[in-house]
Design a protein around this ligand. Structure first.
Ligand code: UFG
Length: 329
């Protein structure tokens, strides 16, 4: 039987497909290519272009393929856009997942691994953040991801479906093959924006705020390599296959780096001076986000292998310097 990866042409989805195929899994990908890239689709996966909001389309995939479980990345994920166009997020993220679950229930597919986010917590009460901590999203993106988790919970209780929700902290880095990497348009994430400077596409990196209560005044984040995230999805899949109950896990390294530390590490990796300019705070940015991933380590047996920040940035740089325009020629 195959694993259906929704959003398998996107950043984290494509990396997960590469790991699944490396481990001998049969993979089917669905992606509407709105933000995904056809070039990121693994050549050994069977690809269906379409939208999960389209019930007859998603039904046809389940009818044609023998699907054991679903890994669900198909969502919009820009925090800023989610605040200016919230209904786009309700439509794609929530309505899409509702249609997906209706189709899964109708086809008797009872296992789903879900791509969630640290944005479900909002401004944390303490760090490192535990899965049992308060969830109070400060943006529509995080709110829709939290609602999706709840949709799995209630659908599971009614229909016997089991889910694992993986709340990622700051995904970064690229696949060791150099074939796939991060390519967002517009790009809003720190590490790819920093690397646009040595790539000659940007004069300087902006630092959004130096007056936070952190060791150097800039925001602290927990950066986690995309290949480590991909491995966690496979662990979660095997956890569900073993018959375990639905659950939620944080995924991070448990170590925080400031924006200034990330820029300095990128200077060392690239050998470029990377000028930085200080700007005001970006709306909605919490000062510090660090995961406790103890639960994923102990329950799923997950062990991130690329915790070193310079190693993470090196892998991102290996991708960006060879693909300065992402997947475009
Ligand atoms: N930053 C800058 N300059 C930039 C870009 C970012 O200083 O040009 C700063 C941000 O202010 C933030 C840090 O770098 O403090 C990291 O920013 P990112 O945009 O890379 O990542 P976020 O922490 O904002 O977002 C991540 C995920 C989201 C998730 C969010 C949860 O990418 O999907 O964490 O808060 F919703």
């Amino acid at each position: 039987m195959a694993i259906l990866v929704l959003g398998g042409a996107g950043y984290i989805g494509s990396h997960t497909v590469y790991e699944l195929i490396d481990q001998g899994e049969d993979v089917v990908i669905v992606d509407n290519l709105e933000t995904g890239h056809i070039e990121a689709v693994h050549p050994k996966a069977r690809f269906y272009e379409g939208d999960i909001r389209n019930r007859s389309f998603i039904d046809s995939v389940f009818d044609q393929e023998s699907i054991e479980a679903v890994i669900h990345f198909a969502a919009n994920s820009l925090v800023g856009e989610s605040m200016t166009n919230p209904l786009k997020y309700y439509d794609n993220n929530l309505c899409g997942t509702k249609v997906l679950l209706e189709s899964m229930v109708a086809h008797g597919i009872d296992k789903i691994v879900f791509s969630s986010t640290a944005a479900t917590y909002g401004e944390p009460e303490r760090v490192p953040i535990l899965e049992s901590d308060k969830t109070n999203p400060t943006n529509t993106y995080g709110e829709t991801k939290l609602s999706m988790e709840k949709m799995f919970k209630w659908t599971g209780l009614a229909h016997g479906l089991r889910f694992v929700s993986l709340r990622y902290f700051n995904a970064c880095g690229a696949h060791a093959s150099g074939n796939i990497g991060e390519a967002h348009n517009p790009e809003t994430h720190l590490i790819p924006l920093i690397l646009q400077v040595p790539n000659g596409k940007r004069e300087a990196i902006s630092i959004y705020g130096t007056d936070y209560e952190t060791k150097d005044g800039t925001c602290v984040r927990d950066y986690i390599h995309v290949t480590d995230l991909a491995q966690a999805h496979i662990k979660a899949l095997n956890y569900l296959r073993a018959g375990n109950a639905s659950d939620i896990f944080n995924l991070g390294n448990g170590v925080g780096f400031t924006v200034k530390e990330v820029i300095e590490a990128a200077r060392e990796v690239t050998g470029h001076p990377i000028p930085a300019k200080v700007e005001g705070r970006r709306a909605g940015d919490p000062a510090t986000l660090i995961a406790s991933s103890e639960k994923a380590r102990t329950v799923l047996g997950w062990n991130p292998e690329h915790a070193d920040l310079k190693e993470i940035i090196s892998s991102a740089w290996n991708w960006h310097k060879n693909h300065p325009n992402g997947y475009a020629n």
